[in-house]
Write a new protein. Structure first.
Length: 153
């Protein structure tokens, strides 16, 4: 990201608002970001958000399910992960059932739109990591993850 001041500044501004003004609890924010990283096949981001999720109190079983590409058994976290993945998979073209499942889990309309912010932030970091292929820092190496496909890059 440092190679593009526009990207770097946009990311920090957006993430600052997402974290500072958003309504998701830290563990929910990490479920969203880890779900995005897996969906985007970002090996660096999956390792990083695994560390962050565990530090923010996400249950290890939830983290492992997300890393496998599965929905966690916790219904609220499952609804958040499912909606996040639906945004990515459907390019934002959600159906009523996607939104209904999310709100039935206790999330608000405001949070529905905050998911879009999380998806956008993740696109910036995940795609940058997929292109730049940074080495894993020592702290995240124990959480290394390999995507189930190759981008061919």
């Amino acid at each position: 990201m440092a190679n593009s001041p526009a990207l770097l500044n946009t990311f920090f501004s957006a993430f600052g608002h997402f974290r500072g003004r958003g309504t998701f609890r830290p563990e929910e924010r990490q479920v969203l970001l880890l779900s995005n990283a897996v969906a985007n096949g970002s090996e660096w981001a999956v390792a990083f958000h695994t560390l962050e999720a565990l530090a923010d109190g996400v249950e290890p079983a939830v983290v492992e399910a997300l890393r496998r590409g599965d929905l966690p058994t916790d219904s609220r976290m499952a609804a958040l992960s499912a909606l996040t993945r639906a945004f990515i998979d459907k390019r934002g073209w959600l159906v009523e059932a996607d939104v209904a499942a999310f709100t039935a889990a206790g999330f608000t309309e405001e949070q529905l739109f905050e998911v879009i912010t999380g998806v956008a932030i993740s696109a910036m970091t995940n795609y940058t990591a997929n292109v730049a292929r940074p080495p894993l820092e020592a702290a995240v190496q124990p959480h290394a993850w390999t995507a189930g496909y190759s981008s061919g890059v």
